[in-house]
Design a protein around this ligand. Structure first.
Ligand code: MG
Length: 251
């Protein structure tokens, strides 16, 4: 679970490629664009930068097939694992962009949520609170704290604004593989769970619903909020260091 400084250097490189590509893709995510065109763009940019798309061909536990694309694009009530198809983005959509990059065998993973065109005040608040929750969690990712402190901070931020972290989906360790131990829950108790140590690399990722916390799995393996409510998702890969967390996927 502990990575050496040399290993973290490689994850940092993967994270840098990821963030650079995400910035371009998010800027291009606008009304009239298809999700598929964003996937093609991301794949090309990742490959040109010397990375590999980590999601392409990946089959997480419980998925019905290996993942056919380089990015996940989840719109509105779909919270994660949305497949980039020919859907055209329209004003009012809430888009979640989530993808991973491999560099020299090392993985980074991150996600962002963007409003397309004009979005409602409630959607804006959901996005802002979810991003704040991510940074509240990251702030707790320091030596001497426990894993539960991260989830506690995330859930406090989310529930304090009347939203809910979704059931059954968590962050994770990341590095040699896309998903490693431990699971990083988006709720928890202060001082509970494993002790955090320098060299741990975690993907922290609040997934938040404006309605029920319950999710359903769609036919394409994506997960959507069970009552059709809007959802948001932010994620960073971070390394725990003596002074606190270094964000390896910051844009
Ligand atoms: Mg992740």
């Amino acid at each position: 679970m502990i990575k050496t400084p040399e290993e973290i250097t490689k994850i940092r490189k993967a994270g840098k490629i990821l963030a650079t590509v995400a910035k371009v893709v998010l800027a291009r995510a606008e009304q009239g664009k298809t999700l598929r065109s964003l996937d093609k763009l991301a794949e090309e940019l990742i490959n040109n930068a010397g990375g590999e798309p980590a999601f392409l061909g990946y089959q997480p536990h419980g998925a019905r097939r290996p993942y056919p694309n380089s990015i996940c694009t989840s719109v509105n009530d779909v919270v994660v694992h949305g497949t980039p198809d020919n859907y055209r983005l329209k004003s009012g959509d809430v888009l979640k962009l989530d993808f991973g990059v491999i560099y020299d065998g090392w993985y980074a993973d991150a996600a962002w949520t963007a409003g397309i065109g004009g979005i409602t005040a409630r959607a804006q608040k959901l996005i802002k609170v979810t991003e704040k929750a991510l940074f509240a969690g990251i702030k707790q990712a320091k030596p001497g704290n426990h894993l539960g402190d991260i989830g506690w901070a995330i859930n406090s931020e989310v529930s304090g604004h009347g939203f809910k972290v979704v059931d059954g989906l968590t962050g994770h360790g990341v590095g040699r593989q896309l998903h490693e131990e431990p699971s990083v829950f988006n709720e928890g108790e202060r001082g509970r769970g494993i002790l955090l140590k320098p060299g741990m690399v975690l993907a922290i990722e609040p997934m938040v619903s404006a309605g029920t916390a319950k999710i359903v799995q769609n036919r394409d393996d994506s997960f959507a909020i069970a009552d059709g409510s809007l959802s948001a998702h932010f994620e960073h890969t971070i390394a725990i260091k003596d002074g606190g967390a270094e964000i390896l996927t910051i844009i």
